[in-house]
Structure formats: C-alpha cells, structure tokens
Design a protein around this ligand. Sequence first.
Ligand code: HEM
Length: 495
Amino acid sequence: MEMWFLLAVLLVAAALSLGKVLLGRIRRPGEPPLEQGWIPYFGKAFEFHRDSLGFLLSRQQKWGDVFTVYIAGKYMTFILNPFLYQFVVQCNKQLDFQGFSLEVSAKVFGHPYLNDPKIPVNIEEMQKRYSYLMGEELNILNGRTMKNLQSVMKQEQLGPTECRTESMYSFCCRIIIEATYLTLYGKVPEDEQEEITELKKKFIQFDKMFPYLVARIPIELLGNTKVIRKELTSYFTSRRLDQRLNLANVIKERKNFLETYSYLQDHQRAAHHFAFLWAALGNTVPAAFWALYYLVKNPEAHAAVRDEIQHVFQAAGQRANPDFNISLTREHLDSMVILGSAIKESFRLCSASMNIRTVQEDFTLKLKEEQSVKLRKGDWVVLYPQILHLDPEVYENPEVYKYNRFVENGLEKTAFYKRGRKLRYYLMPFGSGSSMCPGRHFAVSEIKMFLAIMLATFDLEIIEGEKPVGLNNDRAGLGILLPNSDVQFRYKWHQ
Ligand code: HEM
C-alpha cells in the first residue's frame, strides 16, 4: 500500500513538472496578463516574428497596454502606453539595460562578454569615450564626414552630361560605408581602395546575417559568416590600426582604453572595434536610404527640401560643383529644419527598435498613481516605440509620409499629443534614457550632409515603373528596417 502511494506521489510530481515545462508558468496575483503559447521554449516566437507589430496590436486590444508574452525562452512584459514609458526609463535600479545588449554584442561580434568576471572591462569607463561623439568633437567629426562623403562621391566620376542609373540601396551602402569608415578610422599612406571595396562587400554580407546572429542561430550554421566576421575583424588589429593616420578621437580613445586590458587578446579588441563600426553603420545606412527614397519619390517634399538646402548654401557662400568642396558648419546643418523633419519622418515610418531592460530582482513596478505590476527577476521589460510611431491618435494618417510633419512655424515641432495630453516621448529611433544611442547626433548630421550634397548636386528621379519599396521585417525589434527590395534611380548633375 505504501509503495503504491509513493508511486502515485512520484507520478503526480512528474506530471506537474512536465506540465510546468510544457505549459510554462502560472500567473501570480498582481502580475500582468500572461500569454505563453504551447510550443516549449519558442512560446509565441513564430507569431511574433511573422508580424511583430500586428501581434502586439492584437494583444493590446485583448489585454490592454501591459502584458507578458513568452518568446524564445524569455518572458517579455510589453509596456505599450507611451505615458508609462517614463516609469520604465527612470527605473535604473531594478531594470538593467546593459546585460542584454552586452550579451548580444558578444554573440554577434565574437568578443568576450564584457561583464565576464574573469576578464572584466569597466563598462562605465568605456562609455565615457562616447563623449567624443558629441559637443565640440562632433564638429570635428562633421568636418571629416563632409570631406569624406564628397571625396567618395567624386570617385564615382559622373561625366558632365552623363545620366546614370543605379540601385539606390546599393548606392547608399557604397557611399556611406566608405565615408564613415574613413571618418572614424582615417587613412593609410598608400592606396587602399581594394581593401575598402572588400570591406564594403563583406560588411554587407555580414549585415544580412545580423538578425540571425541576434536570434542566437549558431554562426556555424550561417554559411561562411564566421570566415567573413574574422576577415572583417582583421581590419582592426593593433598592427593595422597603428598603420592608420588620423584615427578619429573616439576610436583613438577606445583603442587606448581597450589596450589597458592586457588580458584581452588582440583579436578580441579588434572584435570590439568591429562592433563599433557596425553600430555606426548598421542603422545609418538604411536610415539614409529611406530618407533619400521618400524625398526622391515625393516631388513636393523633394522641391521643398532642395529649396531649403539651396537657401542655406547661398547664405553660407557654398555652391555644389564637380570639385565637391562644400563645407557646412553645425549651425548650417541645424538650420535645415525641413530636411531635419523629412529625416525624422522616415525614422518614424521605418524604425522598429525594441528598448529592452532586464529585471534584476522580483519587484513591483509603479506605473501611475493607481497602477502597478509585479515583475519577476530575469524577465524583460520591453518598450516597442513602433506602435507609438504609427499611432493615429498621435500622428494623423500615420501610414502617410508627410515630410514636414515635424515642422511648426518654421521651427522644429516637438509638441505631440495623445488624447489631449502632451507626450514626453513621441519619436524614439535611438532608444531611451541612459541606454540611448551615443551616436545619434553624429548619425543625424551625417544623413543631413549626405542628403544636402545629393539634392544640391544632382537631379534625382526614381525610374518610371519601379514598384514601391516596402519594409523587410527581418529586423523587427532591432533598429531601422531594411527595404524589401532595391529600387532603380537616375541621377545627373543639376544644371
Ligand atoms: C540612424 C542611425 C542610428 C540609429 C537608429 C541608432 C540606434 C541605436 C539604438 C536603438 C541603440 C540601443 C539603445 C538602447 O539600448 O536602448 C544604439 C546603441 C548604440 N549606438 Fe546607435 N544608432 C544609430 C547610429 C549610430 C552611430 C552613427 C554610432 C557611432 C558612431 C552609434 C553608436 C552606438 C553605440 C556605441 C551604441 C551602444 C551604446 C552602449 O554601449 O550602450 N549609433 N543605437
């Protein structure tokens, strides 16, 4: 009898633990509504991946603004009401923003995990070097970018009466990757065009695999990606960096800092430099593409922005010409308000970055006077600003491109409302709070310079009959979405 009883207890326990594995967790009082699907480990991953935005909107209708979903081994609590964002952004103690991004960076770029107690790197000290992307240093970077963008465009050797047809995304990749690389990493005394062409080719191949690496697909299953990553990393060994003249201060400082850690091997430091190059390009290239594409596609926007650029050039005593020697100050760039708005509008339509925080301990997150949610250690809290960017209560006809949406009375418009209340957060392509992108000012300046040169120098048009370009959702949650196809455009000197 005792034996049977023991066996029954064991069977119930086994069934319960199997049930727990299969069914996941049980929602506790005070926790957000929970949806975990029935597929072990994956949970709702497939539905989320197929159409993240649609998935979240349908769950918002069902559960409200705060709910938890089990996706690929993680319980993610989404907070979709923009008025609640600030409670997450301010909560630095229990919600950590670094753990996740450091882990992803280590996986994707193959460098050691920075928080690894065996080989610790002082992250705060490393992040202090980001100040070399701002303030006075940004002016220096802008000057270098302006020169490099133009020298790279000059290499295209467009004849005086020539009319050239190109694929727009490939064109943006070619110009921006090279100009940014030269701006950040300087030059070698001898000709290195061949190496740079290889770098661009390999970067684009690696970039295609980025979402799969983030999804933790082993690199060995991704064709020759591991070899490509190794080749790209080899551009940043100490020996090769020491040969380069004129490294940007942000890179010089980062290099000196990483070299103080003698237990990091050279290829590991090189992988950190490669990660930085990816951060500088991975979103900037598609962002520049979308901004250019929408402008060229919309004649009214194209004319208004070109008009503004020409006014600023005139006031600055600059003229677009085949020598490519335009020079603009930060003030000139800042005064291009309509261009700034057009760039923001393309960010609004094409950025889909998730802001992720990891819960450090079981605690109650206070959201407003009467609302709070219980969260568990190890779960993620996720903001998904794409929902805000496409919210018809905030942006009228959100699916429509409106180049001057962010201009009011000739100045930058910053007041946006939802249900009559002014929003503190209304456009978030660069993340939020202390984890905000440190390269954001540099990125916007670079895109502005690229567009100012393109629109002032060339007549541009999309080839007739080209089908509209849509968004490729492979990077949903990871930043600026890529186009789902390339598009042919024509350019010639503006007479
Ligand atoms: C349109 C272009 C860009 C977009 C949309 C963008 C967006 C982002 C986002 C969303 C993050 C993560 C923020 C978070 O975790 O909440 C990030 C991080 C970062 N970005 Fe950017 N970025 C852009 C361009 C740049 C450029 C040009 C640079 C450098 C020159 C750069 C350097 C970085 C770095 C170093 C980080 C990691 C910061 C850390 O250590 O926490 N980004 N960026």
